[in-house]
Design a binder for this molecule. Structure first.
Ligand code: ADP
Length: 401
């Protein structure tokens, strides 16, 4: 079966076409700058790349461009769109309703609409993607794969904030967690690598990218995660602050400079994290280069130190609450490629017997899986490249067949 995976954002649509169940990627690409004067299509197929500038006024036109490209005589990979047997959609928020992926029907669409309140930046474009795909491919089964679903096994003692309980009842204020497709994929892949059944797999997953989160996974089920009601808390990210004292917001709102709460929102989401501390870049690589040039007292190094400290802190906390940890797993752009970040994050964990083999840590190659701990390390440490689209394709295939 040919499965199309769609990740629809406010001004972009990412797509990936799979031959299932082999999971062979036939093509992948992106339409971006939807609604701007000049939009772009970037399409990869057969080891080749096709890039064009076009006018894509809305998501409907974006979906048409994608389907036209996939069936194009020159750069396409299928003859007819009727070859597409199912479509998988990444949906950010499934609230408390969905602990797994679902076949989309009217009631699912209604629920995703209902959760727009909880994910106002993400669920509305995800819904647009679903509606446009349904219009372009009538009758084709569609599946919603939620970023929050994997975290629905977190117990109340970990997902509830110590706020008046009625805020949870009335306004659904609780921890939901995100990056669930990545944490779920890593859990299943690590079970295979460790040669264990998923429901006996105990790992700490560290998805470190521009957005970053960790999950404590016990017997294959998530028992805690670092993001919260929104993707803002937890780890230090490219531009997001991660954990802060919430009273800082009210303190700043009292200052002349910050009269509007939206100014603070912008600071916490767009001007904090690695960028905020370094006042230079949100990009780990840029900061590593700058720190190398400017030395250990530089602000770039301080940003890297704060990032790594928070990762160590949460690994330590999760090791403390879990009965047993088979492995700590690094993934995401920084987790997969950043040997410096992995080394700095694991260093303080020598206290609890976690020991990296620095040669192996430095040798890891982009896109390759590998164990990076020493033979005597009490807990194994792995690098596993994430595959969120592949996970969505598998979920879609399973539900549509
Ligand atoms: P997103 O969350 O936007 O998907 P990615 O998972 O692509 O982000 O991760 C982006 C981050 O990965 C950036 O901070 C980038 O610097 C970092 N990164 C990519 N390659 C390397 C590398 N070789 N060493 C260190 N960091 C890297």
């Amino acid at each position: 079966m040919i499965v199309l995976v769609i990740n629809c954002g406010s001004s972009s649509i990412k797509y990936q076409l799979y031959d299932m169940p082999s999971k062979k990627v036939l093509a992948k690409g992106l339409v971006e700058k939807i609604g701007e004067q000049i939009s772009g299509l970037s399409h990869k197929y057969d080891g080749k790349k096709h890039e064009v500038e076009l006018s894509i006024p809305n998501h409907k036109a974006g979906m048409e461009v994608i389907l036209k490209t996939l069936t194009d005589g020159e750069v396409g990979v299928i003859k007819e769109i009727s070859e597409i047997g199912a479509v998988g959609h990444r949906v950010v928020h499934g609230g408390e309703k969905y602990s797994g992926s679902v076949l989309i029907d009217d009631s699912v669409i209604k629920c995703i609409e209902d959760f727009c309140d909880l994910a106002p930046l993400h669920n509305p474009p995800n819904l647009t993607g679903i509606r446009e795909a349904q219009a372009a491919l009538p009758g084709v089964p569609m599946v919603a794969v939620f970023d929050t679903a994997f975290h629905q096994t977190i117990p109340a003692k970990a997902y509830l904030y110590a706020l008046p309980y009625e805020l949870y009842e009335k306004y659904r204020v609780r921890k939901y967690g995100f990056h669930g497709t990545s944490h779920a994929y890593i859990t299943h892949r690590m079970a295979e690598v460790l040669g264990k059944p998923v429901d006996e797999t105990n790992i700490i997953t560290c998805h470190l990218g521009n957005g970053a989160s960790m999950a404590a996974v016990e017997n294959g089920k998530c028992i805690d995660t670092t993001m919260g009601m929104t993707p803002l808390p937890g780890l230090v990210m490219g531009t997001r602050c991660g954990d802060i004292d919430p009273a800082i917001i009210f303190y700043l709102l009292g200052k002349e400079e910050f009269k509007d709460y939206r100014d603070i929102d912008k600071i916490l989401n767009k001007k904090s994290g690695l960028l905020g501390i370094s006042e230079f870049s949100n990009d780990q690589r840029d900061l590593e280069e700058k720190a190398e040039k400017e030395g250990p007292e530089s602000r770039a190094q301080l940003a890297l130190d704060i990032f790594a400290y928070r990762v160590s802190f949460y690994i330590g906390a999760y090791m403390g609450i879990m009965k047993h940890v088979d492995a700590i797993v690094f993934t995401g752009g920084i987790g997969e490629n950043g040997s410096i970040a992995r080394s700095a994050s694991c260093k303080p964990l020598a206290n609890v017997g976690v020991e990296l083999d620095e040669a192996k840590n430095n040798e890891t190659i982009r896109g390759k899986e590998g164990e990076i701990s020493t033979a005597s390390s009490k807990t194994k440490v792995f690098v596993i490249p994430t595959d969120e689209e592949g996970w969505i394709a598998s979920e879609t295939f399973d539900l549509a067949t």
